[in-house]
Every structure is written in C-alpha cells, then in structure tokens.
Design a protein around this ligand. Structure first.
Ligand code: GAL
Length: 583
C-alpha cells in the first residue's frame, strides 16, 4: 500500500476540443489530483473503421496529461464495441432471459462467450499495449469497465448455449455423470448427449436447480476467461499494475476469481445512487440517509474489495454530486464528498478517483455532476476536492493490522439461493450485510471479508459463515485449525457442490442436523426467549449441542459445541444486537 493516499479523476479527452486539454491537465494538477483515467469508452475514436487505427489524438492526450505530472490509468475500450464491430459480428450481442438480442445504442453490448469478439478485444489490447505499455506516465491499466453492470453477465444467446455445452462436457466428461450428479431422472429430464442441453430459460416452470447452478458457474467463468484473455496480452507488454473497476452489489460473477488475475481491485462508489437504486432499506431509512448514503453498504464494499484485491484496492469512480441514473438523484449534503473519500482511505484505499472531470453537455449522462460544471467552473465537489487534497497532506491512516473479526462471503452461495430461495425474502447478500452491519454497531470499524476457499483464519477473535451453500475442503480445514469463535448458519452447508441435500443433512457437521425448514411470512416472526425475533428463515434442529437461545415455544435457535456456534434462524435487528454482544 502506498503510504500517502492519492486522488484521481476520470477524464475523456475525446469528449472535448483538443485546445482544452492542456488547461484541463493543468487544473487537475492544481486541484491536487495525481491520477487520471482515460480511454475506456473510446474505441470508435481509436479505430474508426475495422483496422483503421486513429491513435494520434490519444498519443497527444497522453503527452499533455503526462506533461502536467499526472499518472495515467490507461483502459482497454472493450465495454463499448463500436457500431462496425456489431456489423462485423451480428451474433456478438448478448440475449436476455426472454430470448431477445440486446441492441447497439448504449454500452456493454457484448456476449462474454463470443470468441470472435474476445479475439478483437485481445487485438485492441495488444495494439494499445504495444504502443503505450512502456510509457512512463502510464502506471496502471484498467481492463474493460464494470463487468456485469446493466445485467450483462448472463446471456441466453446461441453462442452462450454452445459454450455452455462445451463447459459441461469438460466438467462432467460423460453424460451419465452429469445425469447422476444433477439428478435429471426427476421429471424425466435425462440427457443422451451434451449437445441436447439448452440454457435454463423459457422453461415451463422452474428449471432444474443443478442445471441453473452450473449455468451460473459457467457464466462467471466466462467473465474470468474474457478478462484473462486481455491480461495475458498486456502482461507481455507492460509491467504496470492491471486492475478492473467493479460495481456495488453486483454478484453475478465471482469477483475473487477475476481478482486473482489482477494486481489491484477498484470499485465504483455511488453511495446515493446505490441507496436509491439497489438498496433494500426501508423508505424511512432511505429518506433519512438520502444525502449521505448507506454507510454500512459502503463500508462493506470497501472491505470486500480489499479482499478481492488481496490488500490492494482503490475507489475508481467516486460519486461527486447528483448522478443521473437512480429513481431520485439528490445532491450529497455539504461535507459528504470529503467524508466518503476519508472513509475509503480509512478502510485502506490507495487512491480515490472521482467520476468525472467535467459535466458533459451531451449524451446519456448530461445531469451527472463532475468536479467541474459544464461551463468549466468548479462544482461544489471541485471545491471540496481541492480542499481535501490539502488536508490529505497531513492525513494519517488508522493503525493497520488484521481485523479481529471476519465474515465469509461467497458468490456461488448468492447464485444458489437465487436459484432456490425457498422464501421470497431470503437474500444471501442481505444476510451477510445484516451481520456486517450488526458488527459495525458493536464497534468493529474494520471487518475482513474472506472468500470461501480461505485456508487459514489467522488469529482473529471470530469468523462468521452465514448462508454458505456448500463447504469447501479448505474452509473445513481452516475451521479445524482455528481457535477463535466460529458462527455458522443459518442455511450453511445445506447443499453439496452438486446441489443436493447432504446425506447427513445440513449443516453437514457432526452432532447437529437441520431436520426441517420453516420460512416465515413478514407478519409471522418467531419471538425469542431472551429478546428479539427470528424472521424470514427458521430451522428445526436435532442436536446434541448445548442450547443457548430458543423461541418462546422452546425451539432451539442458537446452539453451541466448543468454539462452534450454530444460528438456526435469521435474527432481526434486536436479536442480532444481543447475539453479537458476546463477540
Ligand atoms: C458507472 C460507469 C461510468 C458512468 C457512471 C455514472 O457505472 O462506470 O462510466 O456511467 O457510472 O454514474
């Protein structure tokens, strides 16, 4: 981690007259910015027609920014294939669940499975890498932009179908193995050959869960492979750090696996947009925090991306004022830009970069604030960032060291419980976030997020493993060697990797069995003996473990054996506070 926190900005030289660039670059440096990210949507200007490269302007833009002393994040422009690309490969568009091809006219209009397009991405990455890979001002490279944003991980195209069949044949080798491990004899769904297997959309009623789960794994693997293809090209051509900018609450692909191929994880932090657009907080909460955002949601992502980046992470796009894309787009309260930025640095961010330099008078994001107004004057955020840059000169990071507490977060568990929710209100992400939020209330300001293949829990006080779909061998080993407290459940270990109920029943551990699940309507929570209720999810246990908490009717809800605790339900806020107070 660099000792000194740095600021940056996202800039689009192609949107502005060339005569303006020098002044822009000078003012960026003057504002106290060290980094500038360019190029992620500029393919149509880099290559105006197939094979016709038009990079002179980019050479000049890079020189102008470099001359002002700025460090550059160069991007591959693969999130925005130009129109000619779609003419060249009409079948490169992803298909939605209803079987319609998505059209050209915005961005992210490609199918991760389209090999022709993937090759074009490798080609443009090579062209850029050969031209700029050794440029001293270009100190990091971003691959693509926000994988999965706008619902783009899953595609139901013919390309995806073919790639899925290949993926299945590699995984299972022979069709009998697939039939057995999926359990296709149920409803006579047995297959004779891999090429009979369709994508799991447009079925009459719900498709087979093992089929959908494999489709979700496949789709995630396609993102990993797409990303890796460009990395392999760039690694040969540059020593600079490679990164990607992930999004908030996008769980359709395994960020840990994508992140393993990169040097830094970055994420795009839009606290007010997220609160309005993708939060499940109630109206009262949304009203109260409309100008601040959900601090727990933000902190969770900082901690998550610290884990995805194996300690190295940035905020690549920080909301600078009102955005244009949420149902309501309020302005942050005074002081909030500073607060968001410092929060990120306190969580260990190396760089916080704002989206965008100047508000743009044309295109889809005309109402999206920047550090400058469309007339070129400082916006409120511009003033705030200028002041912050000075303040940061003496900023001290909070003392480092490993956090004392951790939560396991597992993308496949999110997919599994979307495939088979059992209760419409069961949301894995929410369950994890509830526990995370509860821990923050107990005073933990930094909580580590661990992937489910963690082999060592270190010397923490406690590790939480809620809602984990299936155990991995490494996690079991980590548990065995750990001396702190381990909190498991609800729903943890309730399936095998093949999406079957384990023979010894959930949670698939010694001395405890979940014999039935009893999901709860919003108006039928179960009152607990020591306070609070359980909601949404409740399990019936048969166990030799010591009972710590029960429902008023005497049904065990928390049980314990040595350092293992099992939670047989989803606590409401009051219960959670009580349950967590002992950690
Ligand atoms: C991000 C995206 C940016 C811009 C921004 C607007 O999701 O990466 O390109 O669209 O949102 O808030």
């Amino acid at each position: 981690m660099t000792a000194k926190p740095e600021l940056g900005v996202c800039y689009y030289p192609e949107h502005w007259r060339e005569s303006q660039w020098e002044d822009d670059a000078r003012r960026m440096a003057e504002m106290g910015l060290s980094w500038v990210r360019i190029g992620e949507f500029a393919w149509s200007r880099m290559e105006s027609e197939p094979g016709h490269l038009t990079l002179d302007w980019l050479d000049r833009a890079i020189e102008t920014l470099a001359k002002a002393g700025l460090k550059i994040v160069m991007c591959t422009p693969t999130a925005t294939p130009p129109r000619w690309m779609v003419d060249k490969y009409p079948d490169m568009l992803a298909w939605d669940k209803d079987g319609h091809a998505r059209k050209f006219g915005s961005r992210r209009h490609y199918d991760f499975s389209h090999i022709g397009y993937r090759k074009e991405c490798e080609r443009i990455a090579r062209i850029l890498g050969e031209r700029y890979g050794q440029h001293s001002a270009i100190q990091a490279w971003q691959i693509d932009n926000e994988y999965g944003c706008h619902d783009t991980t899953l595609s139901y195209s013919p390309m995806a179908r073919e790639a899925f069949q290949l993926w299945l044949s590699r995984k299972y080798q022979n069709i009998d193995a697939l039939n057995r491990r999926w359990g296709t004899v149920f409803w006579s769904m047995e297959y004779n050959r891999f090429d009979q297997i369709d994508l799991p959309n447009l079925t009459v009623t719900e498709p087979h869960p093992a089929h959908v789960m494999d489709f979700r794994r496949f789709a995630s693997d396609q993102v990993v492979a797409f990303n890796k293809a460009q990395i392999d090209v760039l690694r040969e051509l540059t020593e600079a750090d490679l990164l990607h900018n992930y999004m908030g609450r996008i769980t359709d692909f395994d960020h840990f696996t994508v992140g393993a191929d990169l040097d830094i994880a970055t994420w795009d932090s839009y606290p007010l947009g997220f609160l309005e657009d993708r939060s499940d907080r109630d109206e009262a909460y949304r009203r109260e925090y409309a100008r601040e955002g959900d601090a727990d949601f933000q902190a969770f992502h900082h901690d998550l991306y610290r884990a995805v980046g194996r300690g190295r992470w940035w905020v690549m796009e920080q909301q600078p004022g009102p955005v244009n894309w949420a149902p309501h787009n309020p302005a942050p309260k005074t002081g909030q830009i500073r607060q968001w930025t410092l929060d990120a640095f306190d969580h260990g961010a190396e760089v916080v970069s704002y989206f965008r330099w100047r508000q743009l008078p044309f295109g889809q994001e005309q109402n999206h604030a920047g550090l400058l107004r469309p007339d070129g004057e400082y916006s409120e955020a511009g003033h705030a960032v200028r002041a912050l840059a000075t303040e940061l000169e003496t900023y001290q990071r909070p003392k480092g060291g490993g956090a004392e507490i951790a939560i396991v977060f597992d993308y496949p568990s999110q997919w599994a419980w979307e495939v088979q929710p059992q209760d419409k209100n069961f949301d894995y992400f929410r369950l994890v976030l509830d526990i995370y939020t509860g821990l923050r209330k107990q005073g933990y300001t930094r909580i580590d997020i661990l992937p489910s293949d963690t082999v060592d829990f270190g010397n923490r006080n406690a590790v939480f493993i809620p809602g984990l779909f299936a155990w991995s061998d490494s996690l079991k080993a980590a548990m065995q060697n750990f001396e702190g407290e381990i909190v498991i459940g609800p729903r943890t270990g309730s399936r095998t990797e093949d999406f079957q109920i384990p023979h010894r029943l959930a949670p698939n551990l010694d001395g405890i069995k979940v014999t039935a699940i009893d999901t709860l309507r919003e108006d039928t929570p179960l009152t607990l003996s020591q306070g609070g209720t359980i909601q949404i999810w409740s399990e019936i246990l048969e166990t030799s473990w010591r009972v710590i908490e029960t429902t008023e009717q005497g049904r065990p809800v928390i049980v314990r054996s040595g350092n293992l605790h099992y939670w047989a339900g989803w606590p409401d806020e009051a219960a959670l506070e009580l349950w967590l107070s002992e950690f």
